[in-house]
Design a binder for this molecule. Sequence first.
Ligand code: BYC
Length: 472
Amino acid sequence: MAGIDYSERIPNNVDLSSDKRLQRALEKWQPAFLDWWKDMGPEGWQAKDVYLRTAVSVDKGGWAHFDYVKMPDYRWGIFLEEADPDRRIGFGDHAGLPAWQEVPGEYRNMLQRIIVTQADTEPASVEQQRYLGATAPSLYDLRNLFQVNVEEGRHLWAMVYLLHGYFGRTGRDEADELLARRSGNEDKPRILDAFNQECPDWLTFFCFTTFTDRDGKYQLGALAESGFDPLARTCRFMLTEEAHHLFVGQTGVERVITRAVELAKKDPNGDVRAQGGIDLQTIQKFVNFWYSYSLDLFGSEISSNAADFFSSGLKGRWKEDKYEDHKALEGEVKIPVVRDGRVVDEPVPLRNAMNEVLRGEYVADCQKVVEKWNNTLEKLDYPDFRITLPSTRFHRRQGIYAEHAFDPAGNPISHDAFEAKRGEWLPTEEDRAYVRSLMQPVYEPGKMANWIAPPRRGINGQPVEFEYVRID
Ligand code: BYC
């Protein structure tokens, strides 16, 4: 089953041809997907050869096959990790029972909602990143952008397969809606806030792939534990692909930081902007913006939805195996809440705190990323600045802090005090305009825009100066 059948119109390892109804339904959705891709995918690059990774099987040897492909010819398909016939539900009220191979009737709506929410982010991110090819800082970066984009397209396929395969008519309707909503559109926006924000420059792209894709890693990790086995298996394979997106983000920001220091050292006044780079203060503001929007993606700190997702066995914790107690009926999590203008810890039953438990894993992972960036500053012998993560209360739009204002250290402040400092903490229009002014394309193999350092190595053992995208 690990091998992927590429002779089919829809490559898959789920024996799609044995279910003619499903195959026909998906073959009907396929042209709509391609139309969406041509309308909303990378603008102006559809006819170019791009050095892309395509999965030819889901085992170790086969999932990373590299070749030149025109993006509309990319073989989007349905790849699930190998089934374990003895798999059991790992947590919640049904822990220990055989994993579900069909949708459990009583949880149908909840499960569909989780899948639709996850699915909606995939095309949204492609839409957000649609124009970035016009300002790529190098061919290496251009190729990475397109790799991320085609894989988000495939992740959409992964979710649409579940909707078509397991949710009948309503699932098919939802699959159509996924191609009808548009990132940032007032009438038909994407579901989650972060996916309606603009991504007009590459610093935003690198922050998005560092912080927002990292939310994806943890949400997919929680769904990879699901008692609904087809969802678990598809998320496991998605996670394999996700790792590269995080690499693109983390090393992207790191290269902008490296270049900032080089330019600071070059300038008589240490002024990075005077040398056409992006200064560390501006990078910090973009980090604050995307980190806080990505924290929102975990939902409210205290959530009965999260408790229901867990008790039903649909959405687990990150690496559920590492816990001893998979019922989570006992125990509490201390969550800082605002009472009379002060922040005080309040105990919350564990199941109701599941969003916060997952967010905690995410925060620890983000902290490691920031430490790596600061190691880079250390190695460059630049003691003047360190990147920090703001408090999880800072600049929140969802959850229990959304109504209140906090400084980056997490102290409650008045809304007026926040507004007075907004421009010091978050990108201003002027910051954004400055960053945008630097976004001039560099399409010569091996050359980099002035504001970013080259990567340490190329893709798949190729040199940095490899022609990752054939321009002519
Ligand atoms: N924006 O109890 P609450 C990825 C809504 S990213 C707008 O707080 P819950 C990727 C919520 O829907 C991973 N609305 O939250 C990354 C609810 O609405 P209703 C995506 C929001 O339900 C980069 C209400 O507020 N994966 O893969 O416990 C590139 C109160 O709900 C937001 C998933 O989302 C928001 N940020 O948890 C490409 C996994 N947050 O019902 C891809 C599936 C909350 O009152 N989704 N609301 O109308 C879930 O597990 C949960 O739905 C959430 C929210 C964690 C998102």
